[in-house]
Structure formats: C-alpha cells, structure tokens
Design a protein around this ligand. Structure first.
Ligand code: PAF
Length: 287
C-alpha cells in the first residue's frame, strides 16, 4: 500500500480541512526527508496520538547557510515513501521550493533569544528559515499536534516559543533522540561518514555522558566543559563549535547545575557537522 502524495498547498489544505471537518485529530511530522529510525519514531508517536498523520518532506533552502550543504543534503524521496507506507501514514506533502516560496515571497519569522547562541551563532539565518517554514506548515495543515525530535533541541524550544508567542493552536510533542547501539545519535548526516569517521563518531555521545556524570557529581561547570572540549578533539573531531550547559526551558547559559538543564554539543568530524544533547536534573533533585 502506498501513501497518497500531494505537492501543492491547495491540495494539502483541501485534504486536511476535510479531515478536520469530519472531527479527525490531525498530526504533522515535518521532515527534510532522508528518513531514518529517528523520523520513524516521530511518525509512530504521531500515529498514536492522532487519527490522521501528514508527513512533509521538504529540503528547506531557507535554513541552509551554505549552497554546498544544501546540495549535499541527501534526497531520497522514493525510499522515504517506501519507509512510511507500512506505518500507515495518511498523506505525504512533497512541495518544491517554488510552491513554498513563490516569487515575491518576503516574510521571515524570527524568534529572538532562543535562536541566538549554540547553533544560531554558527548558522546565521538558519532558525529564521526553520521558524518560517514550520509556521507555514502549521497554518497550511491546521494540525492539532506536531512532533519534533529532542535531537534538535534548540529547534524544539524555538518552535515551542513561536507557538506560544503567535498563539498558534497546536500541541508540540517532543520525542526522545534515537541512538545507534553504540550511542551515536541518528542523523541524516551520518550517511556521509566514512568507515573511519563512523568509528570515531560515537565518542561524542560517550564524552557527553561522561561530562553529564561529572557535573551531576558536582564538578565545576566551566573547567569540566573546557576539559571535555579538549577530549572531543583528542578523540578525532576536527573542531568543537560549542559544548555548553544551558537552562532547559529557554536555553539561557548556566554556570552551575541548579535548575533543569541541557548539555549541548556541536562538533565537526572532517566536513560533517554532528550535534547532540542530553537533559540533566539539578543537583540534589530526586528523579
Ligand atoms: O528538523 C528538520 O528536519 C527541519 O528543521 C524541519 C523541522 C523539517 C524544518 O524544515
């Protein structure tokens, strides 16, 4: 059984409006394709919570800051559709760039604060591109619910902030990061790792866990992070963009683990940029 595909906003709106009129609860899973188990876990969560699930596959040019990165992004439409069919997804939306950004398109959504720092410092304009396309998809589908992975934690918090600020009537469901058996967080970029890089890649997650353990035992935050940056380089990564402890709710920097926090990292392995993060409870909290 194949999943129905629409490629225009008008068709997408027509189908989702019909569903909503019939009282169905609609969930949206926005993706850029190159689907892996992480995406499929979002789809499964959506199917559990809603009567109808739309998956979008759109490599959004506005969130890439380099043409090379945009060109190198894997496009695997047929394989993606084949992975989604057995799950029981109800609709695939595959617009082209002209459909999403017709000539004259002039609007951009910018979520200040949360989009600054971390990935925002290294990918100028990236989060404006994400916020703009996600807001469009929310409006086009009128979905009741949308699923986002914790792997892109800054993106998740940015979308939550935007939904609150703009009173968009949608529930955001956060889904945990899915990992390979050796701890490497699943990412479409993993497909580009050479065998040698693939052997080094999981050291990032292992080091992150090690830092979390040390901080939870009361190690001082800044020196511990500095040592861990050096350890990531020693493990074979070329560059560490950031390794930071941030407050979970609004991603403000923390210098002590005294509130719910997130430890976030971005590092380059050769020419591949990998990110990861884990949640941390404040010291002394019991859970
Ligand atoms: O996480 C992604 O794949 C993208 O940023 C998203 C949310 C689909 C927007 O293009």
């Amino acid at each position: 059984m194949s999943v129905p595909i629409v490629r225009s906003t008008a068709e997408l709106r027509a189908v989702t409006a019909r569903w909503r009129r019939s009282g169905a609860k609609v969930a949206l899973v926005p993706t850029m394709g190159a689907l892996h188990e992480g995406h499929l876990s979002l789809v499964r969560a959506a199917l559990q919570k809603a009567d109808r699930v739309v998956v979008t596959l759109f490599v959004n040019p506005k969130q890439f800051n380099s043409a090379t990165d945009l060109d190198a992004y894997p496009r695997t439409e047929n394989q993606d559709a084949a992975k989604l069919a057995p799950l029981g997804v109800h609709l695939l939306y595959l617009p082209d760039a002209e459909e999403v950004y017709p000539p004259g398109f002039a609007t951009s959504i910018s979520v200040s604060g949360i989009s600054e720092g971390l990935c925002g410092s290294f990918r100028p304009g990236h989060f404006d591109g994400v916020a703009t396309v996600v807001a469009k998809l929310f409006l086009q589908t009128g979905a009741d619910l949308a699923c986002f992975g914790e792997k892109d934690f800054q993106q998740l918090q940015l979308v939550r902030r935007m939904v609150r600020d703009l009173d968009i009537p949608i529930t955001i469901l956060a889904c945990p990061t899915i990992r390979e058996a050796d701890g490497l967080a699943l990412s479409s970029r993993n497909l580009r790792l050479s065998p040698a890089q693939r052997a080094i890649a999981p050291k990032l997650a292992a080091l992150l866990l090690g830092v979390a353990d040390r901080l939870a035992r009361g190690a001082p935050v800044l020196p511990t992070l500095a040592e861990a940056r050096a350890a990531i380089l020693a493990a074979g990564y070329r560059e560490v963009e950031y390794l930071e402890l941030r407050r979970e709710a609004d991603l403000q920097p923390l210098t002590s683990l005294d509130q719910p926090a997130r430890l976030l990292v971005a590092a380059w392995l050769g020419d591949i940029r990998l990110i990861d993060n884990i949640g941390m409870s404040p010291i002394g909290a019991t859970n």
